[in-house]
Design a protein around this ligand. Structure first.
Ligand code: FES
Length: 165
């Protein structure tokens, strides 16, 4: 029988030791859920079902809560992301100020929509409900850099620059 403080990670992968160290640092406390998910995300690039199950078991948190946190914060991804990530704010202010037009331009240029990755895995586009810059709507965040008051043309240009890096 497994000790609750030491359940087995989903795979024999040495990188789990980094996640386990983070859990130990927080004493396997349930309130460290976000920090631990952050550790999994930065170690593996995304959170898959097995990782979420493991974290739930290790921290003794209901799986539904782990899923809730993982899907609420735009930082977390349940799928492997591309080399560059663009977060499109789909909050009310941004939506009214032109997000549908930005998404149309995205689809015309790259053939993808929200929560999708280009076939060459260069670009993933995710969404957030509000990134806290409503005065600059519509807002996107490319590789952690915020851009506001974007026209569809400016948006596509910005994506081209990001991908070319
Ligand atoms: S709604 Fe987009 S930044 Fe707030």
């Amino acid at each position: 029988m497994l000790d609750y403080k030491d359940p087995q990670p989903p795979q024999q992968d040495k990188r789990w030791k980094m996640v386990q160290a983070e859990m130990r640092r927080h004493g396997y406390a349930s309130h460290s859920l976000i920090q631990v998910l952050h550790a999994v995300q930065s170690t593996f690039g995304y959170l898959d079902k097995d990782s979420l199950r493991y974290v739930a078991e290790a921290l003794r948190v209901p799986l539904s809560r782990v899923y809730g946190v993982a899907t609420f914060y735009h930082y977390f991804s349940l799928k492997p992301l591309g080399e560059h990530v663009c977060v499109v704010c789909t909050g009310t202010a941004c939506y009214i100020k032109g997000v549908p037009q930005l998404l149309e331009a995205l689809n015309d240029e790259y053939g993808i929509g929200l929560e999708e990755t280009t076939p060459d895995r260069k670009l993933s586009v995710t969404s957030a409900r509000c990134v806290g810059a409503c005065g600059l709507a519509p807002v996107v965040v490319t590789d952690n850099e915020t851009h506001g008051r974007l026209t569809p043309e400016m948006f596509v240009q910005r994506l081209r620059e990001v991908i070319a890096k």
